[in-house]
Design a protein. Structure first.
Length: 328
């Protein structure tokens, strides 16, 4: 406030009879603007890649996650992520970070990110396993001439397989069963070679034909009372896994049949024939020789083989009196 202005103010106050203070009136203070804190610059310092390791099967995929972080641990959104694999024959990686298992083995996957002047890399390891394959199950019963081969996978019948025995085609019959006959019987000591091609898998294995048992007693046409003990005897030059005595079992049918299993070293079997049925032609009696796991296979785990070999003797017809079950 100037001296002149102050004098004029005093004269006005005196004329009005008002006491005026002589202290100076200060102008209002101006507030100083707040100083803004200096803005912190985000610096790209770390790159994280997850998962660090992954185990997948051949043909499977796994996704990767990349996180770029600054010096405060805050995320930075990168403009571009570049992926690479050190073994493309084992595992590849897409531009979006999807790893695909190509073949069994181990590969390293690298992710690279550049933000400003900084470039960071992170890596992970992928282990690729062979694919899990549900094996073919090849089972059934093979004989010196008649062949019944069953082919399935995971409990589901395989109906489009190519099945041959000694080069002769065995056609599909129904379900998982392939059924057919060879032109003639393969003698004991001969070979049955089974070949199955299904779903890109080839299975081939040979098996040695075992001897057919020969019934030596009772003589064909013998007559027994229903209370007599039936002593069945047979000969065989080799011991199979087991024998089975089949009573009333016709070659292609089973009427009132009963089957009794005995060891592969046995050569006789005793029983009472009172339960046998004689329909006027006599009661058929037969002996079967069985050999399990017949085929000598060196196949891969893609195939499980459980084929049974069976050799059946010629029937011996015996008469049982009195008739237990006359025809109606």
């Amino acid at each position: 406030m100037t001296t002149r202005f102050r004098t004029l103010l005093l004269l006005v106050c005196a004329a009005a009879g008002i006491a005026c203070r002589s202290e100076s009136v200060s102008e209002p203070e101006r507030a100083e603007p707040e100083r803004a804190e200096p803005e912190r610059v985000s610096v790209f310092t770390r790159l994280e890649l997850t998962p660090a390791t992954a185990d997948i099967e051949q043909g499977d995929t796994v996704g990767l996650a990349v996180v770029a972080l600054d010096q405060r641990g805050l995320p930075i959104v990168p403009r571009e992520i570049i992926y690479s694999s050190n073994f493309l024959a084992i595992a590849t990686v897409s531009m979006s970070g999807r790893v695909n298992g190509i073949a069994p083995g181990t590969a390293e996957i690298v992710a690279m990110v550049t933000v400003g002047p900084s470039t960071r890399r992170a890596s992970m390891t992928v282990n690729v396993r062979p694919p899990h394959v549900v094996p073919l199950l090849i089972s059934g019963v093979m004989t010196p001439q008649n062949q019944g081969v069953q082919v399935s996978r995971g409990g589901v019948p395989v109906t489009d397989a190519i099945v041959t025995v000694n080069g002769f085609p065995i056609p599909h019959y129904r379900g998982d069963l392939y059924w057919g006959n060879l032109p003639g019987e393969v003698p004991a000591g001969g070979t049955l070679n089974l070949k199955v091609v299904a779903g890109g898998v080839t299975f081939e294995a040979p098996g040695e034909v075992i001897a057919t048992p020969i019934i030596t007693a009772p003589a064909a046409g013998s007559t027994l009372a229903s209370t007599d003990t039936l002593k069945l005897a047979w000969s065989s030059p080799t011991d199979p896994d087991q024998f089975a005595v089949c009573l009333n079992c016709w070659e292609n049918n089973s009427n009132d049949g009963a089957t009794y299993y005995t060891s592969g070293s046995a050569r006789e079997f005793k029983m009472f024939p009172n339960g046998l049925a004689d329909y006027g032609e006599g009661t058929p009696v037969a002996v079967y020789a069985y050999k399990s796991n017949f085929l000598k296979s060196t196949s891969s785990p893609e195939v499980t083989s459980n084929v049974l070999f069976m050799a059946r003797s010629r029937d011996a017809l015996i008469r049982v009196t009195p008739l237990c079950c006359p025809m109606p």
